[in-house]
Write a protein that binds this ligand. Structure first.
Ligand code: ZN
Length: 351
């Protein structure tokens, strides 16, 4: 496995910036596509420098997740009746409308939509086709030239639904996932703000578009976590006497991971102190032990309250996050104001 040189990495990042700054963005599809590619790089666990082939169906789920959050009525402080934000200068994009309909039908529960196999597969196919027809060939068009930074589109004309990633793209996306995500999100935010200028005078658009939907968590989630953690805080082990905080184990700021196993129950104080950091190996070990020991219990309970879960994917994302911390020699949170340097010891824990 070859890691792209520092120069290649820089060239890659400035290429992404060029696409975002100078490409033409009529609808927001291209942002969602770029995020889907970055998510694929992390979730697939692939890290080779070799060209990698994939199909737009591999990108459909992440694409849907981006819009799932956004396809709900946006209401601002002054009024209660929200409306869908405009996602295009033209008519609302078809896929966005479709996702908004399904979101309404399933009361905002993505897990329920996924369980209704037929409808979910149809949506994925529709999204995969749309990606192939629309943003896939447009994403890399800057001005009148095509910048082959990320992939080559295979197949006939502009309709091919298979792409071959350029060498080093997976590595670059994994190495710089957070940077790519924040570049994409800020470009996306500016774009949606421009499209909706008339309807908005707000400060919260950023949170609406990209934050975790905490209010949509089913109430049973807390009970599950309380049960498998025996009423204690995952981090300090102390008893939680009030409701406790539901925390994203891998912080949302690092990766927007809302699969069931990523939730832990913690003291509000421990949660605040941990903030956006990854945790020390002893906490990683406690988390992993909880998940392995209660595998069946947790999976059944998540199913019952419609929380998505997939421990293999979760573990790959955790592995990616710790690989980053290890190579950046980052600080891991241990307890209030106590940190330990990231090293390779996490590798022995998540096997
Ligand atoms: Zn605690």
């Amino acid at each position: 496995m070859s890691i792209p040189s520092a120069e290649e990495q820089l060239r890659f990042i400035s290429g992404i910036q060029k696409i975002l700054d100078e490409g033409s963005f009529v609808a927001t599809y291209k942002f969602a596509l770029l995020m889907a590619l970055a998510d694929f790089a992390v979730q697939s666990g692939l890290n080779g420098g070799d060209p990698e082939q994939l199909s737009t169906i591999d990108l459909a789920e992440s694409f849907i997740c981006s819009y799932w959050r956004q396809a709900r009525p946006y209401s601002h402080a002054q009024t209660d009746d929200g409306m869908l934000l405009k996602m295009s200068s033209d008519r609302q994009p078809v896929v966005f409308r479709r996702i908004a309909e399904l979101r309404e039908k399933y009361n905002g529960r993505l897990a329920d939509l996924r369980n209704s196999t037929g409808e979910w597969q149809r949506l994925k196919r529709e999204v995969a086709n749309t990606i192939a027809k629309m943003p896939l060939w447009k994403l890399q068009v800057v001005g009148s030239t095509v910048v082959t930074l990320l992939y080559r589109q295979d197949g006939q004309g502009y309709q091919g639904n298979r792409i071959t990633l350029m060498p080093g793209v997976l590595s670059c996306l994994r190495l710089h996932y957070e940077l790519v995500r924040s570049l994409v999100q800020s470009a996306w935010l500016r774009h949606v703000r421009r499209l909706n200028m008339a309807a908005l005078q707000d400060r919260d658009l950023d949170a609406f578009l990209f934050d975790s939907e905490r209010t949509a968590w089913p109430s049973g989630l807390r009970t599950i976590l309380r049960d498998v953690q025996k009423g204690t805080c995952l981090y300090c082990g102390g008893v939680i006497r009030d409701a406790g905080d539901i925390d994203h184990f891998i912080p949302w700021a690092r990766y927007p991971l809302e699969l069931g196993h990523n939730f832990v129950l913690a003291h509000a104080g421990c949660n605040r102190s941990k903030s956006d950091l990854l945790v020390a190996p002893r906490h990683l070990s406690a988390w992993h032990t909880r998940n392995v020991y209660y595998t069946d219990t947790m999976e059944q309970a998540f199913e019952a309250i419609s929380i998505l879960h997939d421990y293999d994917t979760t573990r790959r994302i955790v592995g990616w996050a710790y690989t980053q911390a290890e190579s950046n020699k980052g600080a891991l949170w241990d307890s209030s104001n106590q940190f330990v340097p990231a090293d390779a010891s996490w590798r022995a824990i998540i096997t």
